[in-house]
Design a protein around this ligand. Sequence first.
Ligand code: FE2
Length: 362
Amino acid sequence: MNNYKIDGFDYCELYVSNAKQAAHFYHTALGFYPIAYCGLETGSRDRVSYVLKQNQIRFVLTSPLNNDSEISEHILNHGDGVKDVSFTVNDAEAAWKESTERGAKSIREPQLLSDDRGETIIATIEAFGDTNHTFIQRDNYKGVFLPGYVVFENNLIADPTGLIHIDHVVGNQPNGEMQTVCNFYEKVFGWHRFWTVDDKDISTEFSALRSIVMANENEKIKMPINEPAKGLRKSQIQEFIDYYNSPGIQHIAMSTKDIIDTVSKLRNKGVQFLNTPDSYYENLSERIGDIDENLDQIKDLGILIDKDENGYMLQIFTQPLQDRPTLFYEIIQRKGSNSFGKGNFKALFESIENEQKNRGNL
Ligand code: FE2
């Protein structure tokens, strides 16, 4: 039992080489709206951050303003990537104290931040690799994001794509590290194993992976932890590790209530998705049974479907969001199913392997 409660994902912060341009992409392509900013104009001397929001999802895009900072070092080592997966908690001090007492490394001790809109308490621990978890206690804060940020003044038009909340965030580990990281989440946070797959479930002729989904008590936080498994050729997880140079966040899954509408909008805005082989749809009806959606539209958009005993789910994966084959996004609509798409892995892997082949990395 913990002496604090996690209410959900608070934000994901990415360290990127050009936050101004990345913010433009998150707005025009993904349908997020820039709500807050900090930078030279607000007294931030070493970094600039844009906060973008859509429904319950918040991204913080941060770039360094000089060379000798941990941000520029992070970008040098990893390229653009996720630095922090933060959680909203009811007691940030208790979260930090319990986590560090149970073995987590402290990155930032609990700190009270305040401005004329109220106060927040934040604290940070190390998760894996250079990725952190920040605890945010914001119940006494009325401002746009956090103290230190101002409203992002602009005349942009909001054009949301129907993304609602973060369903799960996935961490890739080097071979042999998956269990260690899951044990860390069990010990430090008291999380449980929600779902697992091994390489017998997820393998194609060439590549394979193992995955364990870790979840917190109320299961609002789900973090699948992957590692490569031995295949004939290089696993996609190993490709990630090779280009990220360490463990890190592989993908963030965002939910929608209408995946056909959301994926149509994203495709119209230029977001590129993994191709689904035509063969995937050949016996889909027998495998899935009746669904509410129009199968022709599903096929046109390349959406994948899987089911379990509780219902079905629809999902699709973007191409990597930067030139390195590292971070990508998943769009997911759950219709009863809590699955992570085991039945889709084979079809999906064949598609990913095609992309890997095009990059000369298979
Ligand atoms: Fe996923």
